[in-house]
Each structure stands twice: as C-alpha cells, then as structure tokens.
Write a protein that binds this ligand. Structure first.
Ligand SMILES: [Zn+2]
Length: 210
C-alpha cells in the first residue's frame, strides 16, 4: 500500500516500510524468516531484491528482524543499519536477553551503527530506547513522516507498547515524550494502523499525560 508518494507499507505481523524515491530503503524485515511478503512486493512492483540499497532495523525483536538474513542474502550489496546500542544484538555478537525472551534470529552483521541526531539515507535518526536498549526511530523531515517502530503503538489506540515487551518501561515513556518534540504529520508504527494527518499533535497530547 502506497501511503504517500514513494512510501510503501508492507503489512506483515509487524509493519515494514519501503522508501522508493531514487533509492530503495527498507525499514524492518518482518517475522517471516523467508521475507516472502517483502520479496513479493518487490516482484509486483518490478523491482529486484538486489535493488535494495539499505535495510534499517529499528530493533532486535523477531517481528522486525527475522527477515533480515533472507533480504541480505538476496541483496548482498544492501547496507544494514541499526542503532549503535542495538547493533551487537542484530549481529548476535551478543544475545538480546529479552523481553520477551532470548532472541534467536539469524545473525547479520551491521554495516552502519546509527547514533542519535545523525542523518542517514535522508532520515534524522532519533534514539528511542526503552522498548529495547538501542531502539531507533526515523524522521523524514521533508515528508513530515515519522517511522517509530515499536517506540509507539497504535493497535487499539495511540500509546506505549505493552510493558511486557519493554525492557525499561520508564525509559520507553521518556522516548515517547522525546518524539513528541518533533514535527511530523504522518506516523508509521510497528503495530497498528498508520496515521496520515495530525499524528504529531496526537502524540504530543497523550505524551503530556504519560
Ligand atoms: Zn518490538
């Protein structure tokens, strides 16, 4: 589904996002370790897996990272990027202990360790720890579009992720308050429907009461 021009949502167990304007950047890779929904999107849209230039992983939970190995093996030239405090977990040089439990995805080395405030592939990288230690969100300033991964949740209503999945619930809420300071209209979250208009104001409103 093309949400806005050049931004495609692939709805799997967790949402994946493809940015297709002049580059082919994938954010998150789903729970399916064959990444079949991602490959089928590419096929339907006349793109080959090898066209993917970058894969950015918001965090090391199976529903975001399990497809990474399959994508990387069919797009060997794609750079893999993750937050600097998450990179070792993605690469499994350290096992992420959970919650919800020790992570067992196939290891993929991280090429680019992203830090808070840096620009990468046209995004502002925002460190949003708390759900996991090195979780990142990505702001496309030009489109006023935030990809929040599991820093926010919109399954029933806009809010935090359920605390059973958060390594540090307090820090998770602090990260939501941090996101509320940025200007955006459109919001894509890992779980739940995207919000196309007025998302920043909605986040600001509920973050004030956290
Ligand atoms: Zn998660």
């Amino acid at each position: 589904m093309e949400l806005v021009k050049g931004v495609h949502l692939i709805e799997t167990y967790a949402n994946c996002v493809l940015f297709t304007d002049g580059r082919l950047v994938l954010v998150d890779t789903s729970v399916d370790d064959t990444a079949k929904d991602i490959f089928s999107w590419l096929r339907k849209n006349g793109r080959a897996p090898g066209d993917v230039t970058s894969v950015i992983v918001t965090h090391t939970h199976p529903d975001h990272v399990f497809g990474l190995k399959a994508v990387k093996s069919r797009a060997p030239g794609a750079k893999v990027a993750a937050g600097k405090d998450e990179a070792e977990y993605v690469a499994r040089t350290k096992v992420y202990p959970g919650p919800p439990g020790p992570q067992r995805h196939d290891a993929v080395p991280v090429d680019v360790a992203l830090v808070d405030g840096q620009s990468y592939e046209g995004f502002l990288v925002i460190a949003t720890p708390g759900h996991t230690p090195g979780h990142i969100s990505l702001l496309d300033k030009e489109r006023k579009l935030l990809v929040a991964g599991d820093a926010l949740n919109n399954e029933k209503a806009l809010g935090p992720m359920p605390d059973q999945y958060n390594i540090d619930p307090k820090q998770h809420r602090a990260s939501i308050k941090k996101l509320a300071n940025y200007e955006f209209e459109t919001l894509i979250v890992g779980h739940g429907k995207p919000i196309l208009k007025g998302a920043g104001a909605q986040v600001k409103a509920f973050a004030a009461n956290l």
